[in-house]
Design a protein around this ligand. Sequence first.
Ligand SMILES: Cc1cc2nc3c(=O)[nH]c(=O)nc-3n(C[C@H](O)[C@H](O)[C@H](O)COP(=O)(O)O)c2cc1C
Length: 211
Amino acid sequence: MKILAINGSHRKGKNTARLLAAVLEEARSLGAETELLELTDYHIKPCIACNRCLRAIACSIRDDDMQALAEKMLAADAIVLGSPVYIANVTGLMKNFMDRTRWLHMVKNVLHGKVGAAVTHAGLRNGGQEFTQMIMEHYLASHGMIVVDSRDQEGRVYNHGVMGTLFGDLDGDNPVWKRSVEEDALALHECRTLGRNIVRQLQILSAVAKD
Ligand SMILES: Cc1cc2nc3c(=O)[nH]c(=O)nc-3n(C[C@H](O)[C@H](O)[C@H](O)COP(=O)(O)O)c2cc1C
């Protein structure tokens, strides 16, 4: 059971990375093998819109790290995307990465049947997390992945997904910011339930495959 987390933050090891790590920690405690990769560590050229992927399961750009990333995705049973909100959207890094995976679902849906999930983090309390999560979940679904969310199996619903925020509260008219996502108990709680839900979904799929 391999779970790959991909962080689209332009800042390595910060809030979004921490959320992804919390999802993976929970999954690891249930027996999963995990890896967290940072897109900032990879050289990814922008898509040149040559449309080669409309005719072949291939991308014409070969001289960057995208092939290595695709191999990691292909080897994973589940893929968790993480992006901070940048102007109510995923980051430029995440979008660039998404564009370059077009060849994985044009001629054939190569990632079909894998489990997918998304986590987001933003400065504001409602700073675009839901849009950003939707964009990533739509991307995962468009690759034929089974999208899992952080809804608690016991029916305790506190939030519609892993959506961290730095906003703490108002002190009069002045915002009080959290120092980091470590102070966001709700987001970390959602990460743990998401980790459990991913593992549960993978167990269901594995039982079905054995039948
Ligand atoms: C270019 C840019 C655009 C941003 N746009 C938004 C936004 O639309 N809404 C918001 O709440 N926060 C916005 N932020 C704040 C980030 O989402 C926030 O700092 C987040 O915690 C960064 O995640 P990280 O710690 O993983 O890098 C923006 C930050 C940057 C750099």
